[in-house]
Structures are given as structure tokens and as C-alpha cells.
Design a protein around this ligand. Structure first.
Ligand SMILES: Cc1ncc(COP(=O)(O)O)c(C=O)c1O
Length: 408
């Protein structure tokens, strides 16, 4: 057996083998999955904009007008008028004076965290932050303090221990695998007190929470207090790419230091035009956000009626924490056979022992579909999921100073 085959075997033996399933057609509420019709309950196309006719048309028109590629990094020849237009609209939406587009949410987090946290600094990162933030911390030459999930006492302890070396607190706004919301007011208050910057990743918050879907920072009224608001264009906004909203000086700094921006080709014009069209729809049709929130409440209530707890979820991301990797995969397959596709999420995406079905609600689901899904999922998951969902998140971790090795 080759070494790679052995490594694959080891992944399989731990119940962590992954494969890509084939979806035919757009990311609608119902899709053909490996040829079979299913209810799609794990796409981040939250507002149904990825397949909206106006968004598709905008991409097609942009391809004809500007071509399909940007040709180079934004600092070489890649910044085009349409990039600037999208930056202006995003800054308006977020209430900041500047905005910088980046290639994806992953690239944004990796590049910005490593640009802001320099050698000798300490960066503070929530234990359940997305892998792209974890990788940004790894890339940075700074030391990382991983604080327990939303645990402000632990964060403050770390800030004190850092003794003035603290440079950045970074957190998801809405946590990608749990659907809970970061305590931003407390984070900002600690940041002020200890003189560190704050960066919030709105990947799952924009289009989902806050006034008009403007995200978690706007929901908390903290637009002037957060140094960098990162968001992705690839989820609720239905396209691809990412942005950092901040003040003009910070934007200038990121353009000069974020290596994932400097050394990567600019976003393709059709993708940018699609995001612009999606943004217009978000502003013009706030009822999409309201429908998403109503749908999330319908699903959580239906699951509760079936005896399934959903942890701290307050949003369209609804986890059913099962525990073991293999049993979670079995539950996913069980639900699939009954026409519901809810992806099994396992380590390293989530901490060991907290594998889960991560349900993602869309505004385009009907309440009847979500109630049907809850019934199917209740059959797919053993009863103990109900008890575990409530307690499997967070928990008191060890008070170690550099906990990055433990993070996904
Ligand atoms: C919280 C969070 N940040 C960033 C990303 C990465 O964004 P993108 O898909 O645009 O690379 C994700 C995507 O899964 C995410 O969940």
C-alpha cells in the first residue's frame, strides 16, 4: 500500500473520510444530489440570491462587457472600475469609510490576521472561530491566545497575561458551525480597555442578522468601534469573494501588507457584478432577511417539538450535535434516504466529540419543507442528540496561554 493510501485508510478508519457529492442545477431549496431529488438543508445560499435571475443576468452582462478574468493581482493591473463600485456599495452598507475586496473569505482572514498581528504581538481568537482565522493566526508571526468560546472572563485573563503585547481580538460574528452570536459589545469593551484592535468575520451574519441584514456589528450598533469587518460574498450574497470594511487608513495598510490580496488575482468581473446585483436586492427587499429569520425559527421550533435541541443557535445555522463522527455520518445517510440533505460535519471542522448535522436554512425553503425535515431528522438521530445539543458547545477549556495547537 502506498503511503498516501495508508493515510487515506487511516482517515477512513477514524470515520473522517470526506467525499464530494454531485449537485445538479443551481443551489435551490431542492436539488438533484447524485441524481436523486432532495431537500437541500446545508447550502449557505441563505437568501436564494445565487440563482436569482437578476443576479445571473448581471454576471452574464458583466462577462460581455468586461470579460471573465481580472488578469492580475489588484496591485498590478487587476483593479477595475467594477471592483471600486462594489467596494463603495459595501462601505455604504456597513457604514464604514472604506472597503477592500479580497479573493475569498478564507484569503481575507488568512491575509488580514497575519497583516495585523506581527512578531512579538499576541492575537486573541475564539476557540470556535472558522478555520481561515485559525490559519491566519498560524500564518502570523504573533503568538495566539485561544479563548474559550464566547468566554469573556477567559479573554480578559489572556489580555492581562499578554501584558501589553495584545494586538488583535478576532471573532466570527455568527459562528459558522453553531449559529450563535459573538458578544461583540463585551469584546469591544475589553478591546478598548486593553488597547487592542477588533476584527469581526461576518461571513454568516451579513444578509442574516442586523438591520436590513447588515450583520452582527450593525446589530450591536458598533460600526465605529470595530477596526475591520470581514465578510464573504459567497454565502448570503450568492456570489464569490470577500471584503474588509474599515477606515481609509486601515484599507491603505491592508493593501500594502495583506499578502493574500497582494499576491493573488483580483476577482473576476462577472462575480463582482453578481455581488453588486445581490447587494441591491438585499437593500431593496429586506423581506428576504425577515423570511430567512422566520424560517430559522420555524425549523428550531419544529426540531424542539421532535425533542431535538439546537444548542445556542439564534440564526439560520442550526446544529444537531450528535457526538461521534461515524454515528453522525450514519444519521446524514439515514436522512438522505428520506430526501433530506443535511451534511455531517466532523473534526477538524468542529472539536472532537461534537460532530453534528449542520442545518442551514434558506429564505427560499417553505415552512412545510422545514417541518418535514424536522420529522425526518428526528428519525435519523438517536434521542440522545436532544440532550447533547444543549451542552456540547464550548465548555471550560484548559487555561493555557498558546492554545492554537488545539484549534481546528
Ligand atoms: C466564518 C467563516 N469565515 C470565512 C469563511 C470562508 O469564506 P469563503 O468561502 O468566501 O472562502 C467561511 C466559509 O466557510 C466561514 O464560515
Amino acid at each position: 500500500m502506498s503511503e498516501i493510501a495508508e493515510r487515506l485508510e487511516e482517515i477512513r478508519s477514524r470515520g473522517l473520510y470526506r467525499r464530494m457529492r454531485m449537485v445538479s442545477g443551481p443551489q435551490g431549496p431542492r436539488v438533484l444530489l447524485d441524481g436523486k431529488p432532495v431537500l437541500l438543508l446545508c447550502s449557505n445560499n441563505y437568501l436564494g440570491l445565487a440563482d436569482h435571475p437578476r443576479v445571473r443576468e448581471a454576471a452574464a452582462e458583466a462577462a460581455m462587457r468586461w470579460g471573465v478574468g481580472a488578469g492580475a493581482s489588484r496591485l498590478v493591473s487587476g483593479t477595475m472600475t467594477i471592483h471600486r463600485r462594489l467596494e463603495e456599495r459595501l462601505a455604504e452598507l456597513k457604514g464604514t469609510s472604506a472597503c477592500v475586496l479580497l479573493g475569498s473569505g478564507y484569503l481575507a482572514n488568512a491575509g488580514i490576521v497575519s497583516a495585523l498581528a506581527r512578531e512579538g504581538d499576541v492575537v486573541f481568537s475564539d476557540r470556535l472561530n472558522h478555520a481561515s482565522i485559525v490559519d491566519g493566526c498560524r500564518l502570523a508571526k504573533a503568538e495566539t491566545f485561544v479563548y474559550d468560546h464566547c468566554d469573556m472572563e477567559h479573554l480578559e485573563w489572556g489580555l492581562r497575561e499578554a501584558g501589553g503585547r495584545g494586538s488583535l481580538i478576532v471573532t466570527d460574528g455568527v459562528f459558522s458551525m453553531d449559529g450563535d452570536i459573538a458578544p461583540l459589545a463585551e469584546i469591544v469593551e475589553l478591546a478598548r480597555r486593553y488597547d487592542v484592535r477588533v476584527m469581526v468575520d461576518e461571513a454568516h451574519a451579513v444578509g442574516a442578522i442586523g438591520p436590513g441584514g447588515r450583520g452582527s456589528v450593525a446589530a450591536a450598533g458598533l460600526e465605529d468601534e470595530v477596526d475591520v469587518i470581514v465578510g464573504t460574498l459567497g454565502k448570503a450574497l450568492g456570489s464569490y469573494g470577500a471584503y474588509a470594511c474599515c477606515d481609509a487608513q486601515m484599507a491603505e495598510y491592508l493593501v500594502n501588507t495583506a499578502r493574500t490580496l497582494i499576491f493573488s488575482t483580483a476577482l473576476p468581473p462577472p462575480v463582482v457584478a453578481a455581488a453588486l446585483a445581490a447587494l441591491e436586492l438585499l437593500v431593496a427587499q429586506p423581506e428576504r432577511v425577515e423570511k430567512l429569520q422566520r424560517n430559522a425559527a420555524v425549523l428550531r421550533a419544529a426540531l424542539a417539538e421532535e425533542g431535538l435541541g439546537t444548542g445556542g443557535s439564534q440564526t439560520q445555522i442550526v446544529p444537531l450535535v450528535g457526538g461521534g463522527a461515524e454515528e453522525t455520518v450514519a444519521a446524514c445517510e439515514h436522512a438522505l434516504k428520506r430526501g433530506v440533505f443535511a451534511q455531517a460535519i466532523r473534526p477538524p471542522t468542529v472539536p472532537a466529540g461534537t460532530s453534528r448535522l449542520r442545518l442551514a436554512v434558506m429564505a427560499s425553503h417553505t415552512a412545510a419543507e422545514l417541518r418535514m425535515a424536522a420529522r425526518v431528522l428526528a428519525q435519523a438521530l438517536p434521542e440522545r442528540a436532544a440532550a447533547r445539543s444543549a451542552v456540547a458547545r464550548g465548555g471550560a477549556g484548559p487555561r493555557v496561554f498558546d492554545g492554537l495547537a488545539e484549534a481546528a
